[in-house]
Design a protein around this ligand. Structure first.
Ligand code: HEC
Length: 128
């Protein structure tokens, strides 16, 4: 065996091992991506029943008063995510939060009418 052959073989082995490691790392990462996006996509289409909630009125009030802090998809921004607020809070708690605010949120008692607060409360309570 020639003397120069050994270092060449060792270098080749190292390079091969490095490539295999990178390939296996890439394979580890890719399957982790799909689940989060598919679960968030399935959450939105289940709209609340139109019988109890005036969806159009509620979204109009939401857009002008709440969207800036809670996001255009209720996903949260300055304020918390509201997409599941109906299962985390009772209607009374939601109404109180809207009327009095707190924790960085302004109260809307003077700005919104009782009707508007009721509409928003019913709409958010149905977000489960
Ligand atoms: C200036 C920003 C801002 C605006 C505008 C705003 N919010 Fe909030 N909201 C917040 C913050 C911040 C919190 C978190 C309060 C806390 O942690 O105590 C919050 C909390 C809430 C909560 C309780 C959610 C929870 O998980 O604790 C509800 C319900 C809510 N807001 C509804 C509304 C509605 C409805 C409107 C529109 C009428 C609105 N908010 C407008 C900032 C805002």
């Amino acid at each position: 065996m020639r003397k120069w052959l050994l270092p060449v073989l060792i270098t080749a082995c190292c390079a091969y091992a490095a490539v295999m490691m990178m390939v296996s790392l890439q394979q580890d990462e890719s399957p982790a991506e799909p689940p989060p996006s598919s679960s968030s996509a399935s959450a939105s289409p289940s709209a609340a029943p139109a019988t109890t909630v005036d969806e159009a009125a509620a979204t109009a009030i939401y857009k002008s008063s709440c969207l800036s802090c809670h996001g255009d998809q209720l996903q949260g921004q300055i304020g918390p995510n509201l997409t599941k607020v109906g299962s985390a809070m009772t209607a009374d708690q939601i109404r109180t939060q809207i009327e009095n605010g707190g924790g960085g949120m302004p109260g809307f008692k003077g700005t919104l009418t009782d009707d508007q607060v009721n509409t928003l409360t019913a709409w958010l309570s149905a977000k489960k």
